[in-house]
Design a protein around this ligand. Structure first.
Ligand SMILES: [Zn+2]
Length: 707
C-alpha cells in the first residue's frame, strides 16, 4: 500500500517483506450519490445527506460492457461500465471495486466511532480510546486554535542542537515518533532464523516517494522535483521561517535528500531478501559508519541491548557517515524541521499546513482534486492508531461465523489445489516437489481477526489533543515492536487490522492473512454462485498462497527461513519461467510512455497468475463434488465464464493518470487492467471458455506460466 505520509512507524512497514493483495484498496473512501440501485446489489445504509453506500453482488451484470470483445480486452468487457456508473470522485485519485468495499466499511466504522465518541462515562477503556481519538481528530477548531503549539516541544529539541555530537539521541527519539530522518530503525524476524527477532537498521530520510524520483529525467519528473522544493519552502514558511531562509533551506534540503537517495538501494532490488540482509555485530556497524555514535543511538532507541543487527543496506549506512561529516549543522536542523512536519499526519496539523501537504502529495503527485471528507480521514486514522481496539467492536457487529466458515472451506480447497498443481508440473523434479509440498503444508491460515487482542491499556488518548494522540500512538507502536527483540515470535500476531480491505502473505511467518473486511461482498457473497465466489475471493486466497512461491517467497522455507530448498536445475527453470512474465508485463504501457516495471511487479504478477489458476482448479473440484453442470448458463453465462468474470470484477475501476504514474514507479502491483488481462491471457482455459481464437490478444501463442 502506498501511504505518502505514514502514520505508523515505518519500522514494520519498511522492513517486512509481506506482500499484500492490493495497492491502495483501503486507503481512501468516497461518497456516492444518485446511483440507481442494481438488481442484486444491496443498499446497506443511508446518510442524512442522501449519501448511499452500495454493496456490489458477486457478479454485477451492470458493469459488463457487452459491446467489447472479451477475447480482445477482457478488462474492458468485465468492467467497461464501471467508470460510467462510478466515476472517480473528486476526493479520490482512483476508484474501483475495492474502494466501494472500503467506502462501505468506513461508513460502518463511522457509526461505531461516533457512538464511542458520544458514549459518556460508561464506556469501556477501549471505547474511550477509539472514541476520543476520533473526536480529537474531528475537532478541527481546537487543532486550528492550537496552531503550532503542539509541535513546539519537538521544534525546540531541534533548535537546542548545539553540535552534531548530539545527533544520536535526537535521531533515536525521531524514530520512536515516526520521523524517519536520515534512516529507519526497527525490528524484524531474522531472515535466516525466523524464530529470532532482531533489530534492523536501514535506509530512510527521503521525502519523495522513492529514490528514483530524485534522478529520473524528463519533463514530468523535473517538474515534480521543482514543485517538491517549493512545497518544502512553503511548509518551512508555515512553521515560521522567513521567506528567504525557507527558500534557501528548501534547496539545501533537496541537495541533502538527493545525496541520501544516491546511496539508497532502488525499490526493485529491495524486493530481493538477500540484498537487504546483512547481519553484523554492532562493532562492525561502527567500523562501517564511523562518523555517528551508533552505541549511543542504540542505547536511546528503546530497543533492549543488542550485540548484532541487520544492517539492511550497508552502502547507505556508509554513505550516511560521509554525508553527516560533510553537512553543516544549520542544514541538518532545517532538514529535521522539514522531516518532522512532513511526518505528522495532515489531520493533526492546523489547516494551512494540512492544505499545503495535500496540495503537493494529493493534488500534484496523485492528481486528486479534493481532500477526503474529515470523518473519512479520521475513521482511517483511528483504525491506523488503534486497529485492534476498533477491530473488536467491528467484529462483534459485522463478522459472523458463517463468513469465516465459508472462507476456511475455500482456503482448504485452494491449498488442496496447489498440492495437485505441484503433482502435475512437468518442469520440477520430484525432490523439489516434495520440499514445496512440505512448505505448503506448513502455511498458517489466519482468517478474520486475531485470537488474542492487542493491549492498549498503557496508551493515553486525550479528547482535545489530536497531535499528541497520534504521536503517542506512534511511539506506543514503535516501542511495542522494539520490545519483541530477543523474545520468542508470536505467530498469532496480525499486521493488518480486521477492518482493512486487503490481505497479505508474510514469508517469515509463512502465513496467509485475510482480515474480516475483505471477506465481504463482492469478494465473498453468500448469495452468489460458487463460480462467482471462487473467481472473486478464491483468486485472492490463491494469490496470497502463491506469494509463498513467487520469486521472493520461494527463497524462504516452510519455517520462514531464508534457505534454498530448490535443486539448482529447478531454480534455473523457475527463473526462466518467471522471466517470461517479466517481459510480458514489462511491455504493458501504463500511462503516456511509462511502462509497467516487469521486475518490480514480478511477485504480484506471479501471485495473480498462480492465484487465478489455483482457484480455477479448486472451483472445478467443488463443481464436481456438488454436481454443478458446467454447461448450464445462468444469467447468460456458463459457470466457468462466471468464474472469470468474478475475477475480472475484483479489479474494476479507473485511476487518474498522475496516480497511475506514481503507482507504476513505486508499487509492486500492476495497474488493474493488467492484473486482469495479464492473468487471463496466460490461461488457455479462459480462451476456451469465451470461444476465443488462438492468437487473439487474450489468447497469445506464447503465454507465460510459472505455477
Ligand atoms: Zn500480493
Amino acid at each position: 500500500m502506498i501511504r505518502c505520509r505514514p502514520t505508523l512507524p515505518k519500522g514494520k512497514q519498511q522492513f517486512m517483506l509481506a506482500t499484500r493483495i492490493a495497492s491502495s484498496l483501503g486507503m481512501a473512501l468516497v461518497t456516492l450519490t444518485t446511483l440507481a440501485t442494481p438488481s442484486r446489489a444491496q443498499t446497506a445504509a443511508t446518510d442524512p445527506g442522501q449519501t448511499r453506500y452500495e454493496r456490489l453482488p458477486g457478479l454485477d451484470q451492470r458493469l459488463i460492457d457487452t459491446s467489447a470483445d472479451p477475447c480482445a480486452d477482457f478488462f474492458q468487457y468485465a468492467c467497461g461500465n464501471f467508470p460510467k456508473l462510478y466515476p472517480i470522485p473528486r476526493d479520490r485519485s482512483a476508484f474501483g471495486t475495492g474502494t466501494l468495499v472500503a467506502e462501505y466499511t468506513a461508513h460502518v466504522l463511522e457509526g461505531l466511532l461516533e457512538k464511542a465518541a458520544g458514549g459518556g462515562p460508561g464506556r469501556t477503556p477501549n471505547e474511550q480510546k477509539i472514541g476520543d481519538f476520533y473526536a480529537a481528530c474531528m475537532d478541527q477548531d481546537t487543532i486550528n486554535r492550537k496552531g503550532l503549539q503542539p509541535l513546539q516541544p519537538d521544534l525546540d529539541r531541534i533548535a537546542a542542537l548545539k553540535s552534531k555530537d548530539q545527533l544520536p539521541e535526537l535521531l533515536a527519539y525521531f524514530q520512536l515518533i515516526g520521523v524517519n530522518a536520515f534512516l529507519g530503525f526497527g525490528e524484524q524476524q531474522d531472515f535466516k532464523d525466523a524464530r529470532k527477532q532482531i533489530a534492523v537498521l536501514g535506509q530512510g530520510g527521503l521525502g519523495l516517494p522513492e529514490r528514483d524520483y530524485y534522478f529520473r529525467k524528463g519533463e514530468v519528473p523535473e517538474k515534480t522535483r521543482a514543485q517538491y522544493v517549493q512545497h518544502i519552502a512553503n511548509m518551512l514558511k508555515l512553521i515560521g521561517e522567513p521567506e528567504a531562509k525557507a527558500a534557501a533551506d528548501a534547496q539545501a534540503i533537496m541537495k541533502l535528500e538527493t545525496a541520501l537517495a544516491q546511496v539508497s538501494l532502488d525499490i526493485t532490488s529491495r524486493r530481493d531478501p538477500k540484498k537487504v540482509y546483512h547481519l553484523m555485530a554492532v562493532s562492525e556497524l561502527v567500523t562501517l559508519s564511523p562518523a555517528f555514535g551508533w552505541d549511543r543511538f542504540l542505547g536511546a532507541s528503546g530497543a533492549p541491548p543488542v550485540s548484532e543487527l541487520n544492517v539492511s543496506e550497508p552502502e547507505f549506512v556508509k554513505g550516511l557517515s560521509r554525508l553527516l561529516a560533510s553537512t553543516d549543522l544549520d542544514t541538518i536542523q532545517a532538514y529535521f524541521r522539514w522531516q518532522l512536519v512532513a511526518a505528522v499526519p495532515g489531520y493533526a496539523l492546523p489547516k494551512a499546513l494540512d492544505g499545503e501537504a495535500f496540495d503537493f502529495f494529493g493534488r500534484k503527485l496523485r492528481g486528486q482534486p479534493e481532500q477526503r471528507a474529515r470523518w473519512k480521514r479520521c475513521a482511517d486514522a483511528t483504525d491506523n492508531a488503534l486497529g485492534e481496539a476498533v477491530g473488536q467492536v467491528y467484529i462483534a457487529q459485522e463478522f459472523s461465523g458463517a463468513e469465516k466458515q465459508a472462507t476456511v472451506q475455500m482456503v482448504d480447497d485452494i491449498e488442496a489445489a496447489m498440492n495437485r498443481d505441484l503433482d502435475t508440473l512437468d518442469w520440477m523434479s520430484a525432490e523439489t516437489k516434495t520440499r514445496a509440498k512440505a512448505k505448503l503444508h506448513l502455511v498458517a491460515d489466519k482468517i478474520g481477526y486475531p485470537d488474542h487482542w492487542r493491549d492498549y491499556s498503557k496508551l493515553t488518548i486525550v479528547r482535545d489533543d489530536a497531535y499528541g494522540n497520534v504521536m503517542r500512538a506512534t511511539e506506543f507502536e514503535s516501542r511495542r515492536q522494539l520490545a519483541k527483540i530477543g523474545k520468542p515470535v508470536d505467530r498469532g500476531e496480525w499486521d493488518m487490522s480486521p477492518s482493512t480491505v486487503d490481505a497479505y502473505y508474510n514469508p517469515s511467518m509463512n502465513d496467509i492473512n485475510f482480515p474480516a473486511a475483505i471477506l465481504q461482498t463482492p469478494f465473498y457473497d453468500p448469495h452468489a454462485s460458487d463460480a462467482e465466489n471462487y473467481g472473486h475471493g478464491g483468486a485472492i486466497v490463491g494469490h496470497e498462497l502463491t506469494h509463498g512461491f513467487d520469486d521472493e517467497g520461494r527463497q524462504f522455507d516452510g519455517n520462514g527461513n531464508l534457505a534454498d530448498w530448490w535443486t539448482p536445475e529447478d531454480g534455473r527453470k523457475f527463473d526462466q519461467k518467471a522471466d517470461c512474465e517479466v517481459k510480458e508485463y514489462g511491455n504493458f504501457v501504463a500511462v503516456d510512455d511509462v511502462k509497467v516495471n516487469g521486475k518490480l511487479t514480478l511477485g504480484e504478477n506471479t501471485a495473480d497468475n498462480g492465484g487465478l489458476r489455483l482457484s480455477y482448479m479448486a472451483f472445478l473440484a467443488d463443481a464436481q463434488r456438488k454436481g454443478i453442470d458446467l454447461t448450464q448458463k445462468q444469467d447468460g453465462y456458463t459457470p466457468i465464464q462466471q468464474f472469470f468474470l468474478g475475477y475480472g470484477q475484483d479489479w474494476c475501476g479507473a485511476t487518474r493518470p498522475e496516480q497511475l504514474r506514481l503507482q507504476v514507479q513505486t508499487d509492486p502491483h500492476s495497474p488493474r487492467k493488467f492484473r486482469v488481462n495479464g492473468a487471463v491471457q496466460n490461461m488457455p482455459e479462459f480462451g476456451q471458455a469465451f470461444g476465443c481464437k488462438s492468437g487473439q490478444p487474450m489468447t497469445p501463442v506464447n503465454a507465460c506460466r510459472v505455477w
